[in-house]
Design a protein around this ligand. Sequence first.
Ligand code: DOR
Length: 431
Amino acid sequence: MPDTVLLKGVRCYGEGDPVDLLAADGVIAEIAPTITPPEGAEVIDADGQVLLPGFVDLHTHLREPGREDTETVATGSAAAALGGYTAVFAMANTDPVADNQVIVEHVHRAGQAAGLVDVHPVGAVTVGLKGEKLAELGTMAESAARVRMFSDDGLCVHDPLIMRRALEYSRALGAVIAQHAEEPRLTVGAQAHEGTQAARLGLSGWPASAEESIVARDCILAAHAAARLHICHVSTSGTVDVLRWAKQRGTQVSAEVTPHHLLLTDDRLETYDPVNKVNPPLRTASDAKTLRDALAEGVVDCVATDHAPHADQDKDCEWQAARPGMLGLQTALSIVAETMVRPGLLTWRDVARVMSERPAEIARLADQGRPIAEGEPATLTLVDPDARWTVRGAEFASIAANTPYEGMDLPARVTATLLRGRVTARDGRIR
Ligand code: DOR
């Protein structure tokens, strides 16, 4: 039974006078200046906080099956709900790989059992993420998990013929291919962004051109196949130029940026702390600025977390041996507030676009990223824009604690998340 919930004094999209919003039977039943609480309703006193459509994350690593010591579908779902998310896309680089019906259906069912966010499994593009043979995209699309996004994320689909075929099949299936753009021949042994910092510290470089060359190639292939392409974790200024060019030509390409690439730079390498090791690597301050401007302008469509939990032993070691990746679900909103809202690059209405509406459109989710209006699903995120809080990785719902923001004082906090009228998280607690 969905709850009846009355949100008192919310500012929808952070605009206008506060209103009351009643969620009943899973939908927004009423929005009015004042609503008397129906009997038995849960009342949330929002006191002018910002109400947004529930966030959609196109890029989450939930590690199940295979690395349940770092995250499970259930713990990742809890982290997502606490971070304001109502839908997440679980990447396919699990062990075994999600390249078949059995695994995608397992992840899908585990998401339903957790019941906190809609968990959409991403199917692998190639068998075992090996880049050699297409996985059975059609079988995954027709499975109970109804897979509509395919990606070898963590690895690049580097063979152009396989990429071409994947795009052609995905078009027929109404799906999208999400590419981890990294020309592997250019990143052999790479440890950090190829630039002055890496050179000074003696770390071998991951050049911007390894990303940009694949993005350019795949935009051309997508246009040729009349297919939809999504670029994961855009990290360089040159990629923004390529995206602008491709979009001007009418290519069906979308792109995401992570919160960490908006805020952090390769200055972080100074400490040699592997918590800052991520793929693609943290780039220069100039790249980060270009990414913020591109997100504001819409050349980069949306924010995605690339939430990547890792065990202590895989992060607390020397830089070369450490795995790339960082947690993101419970800090994304605050990093977007810090990098985009505070400097005036995005309004709260724009945050709804880049964290909810655009990702829902890219993934073709019919009931997420919907307008806040009567009759629409009560799938909502309440944000206190004036809150400040200190990051403590050990307190996160994730099993792993590898956050690069440890001890940082951040603005804005999710105070409640509703999925189809049910409160999934409130005041930092799962419901
Ligand atoms: O830093 C990363 N970590 N980048 C990826 O593409 C994969 C991810 C992971 O799975 O840990």
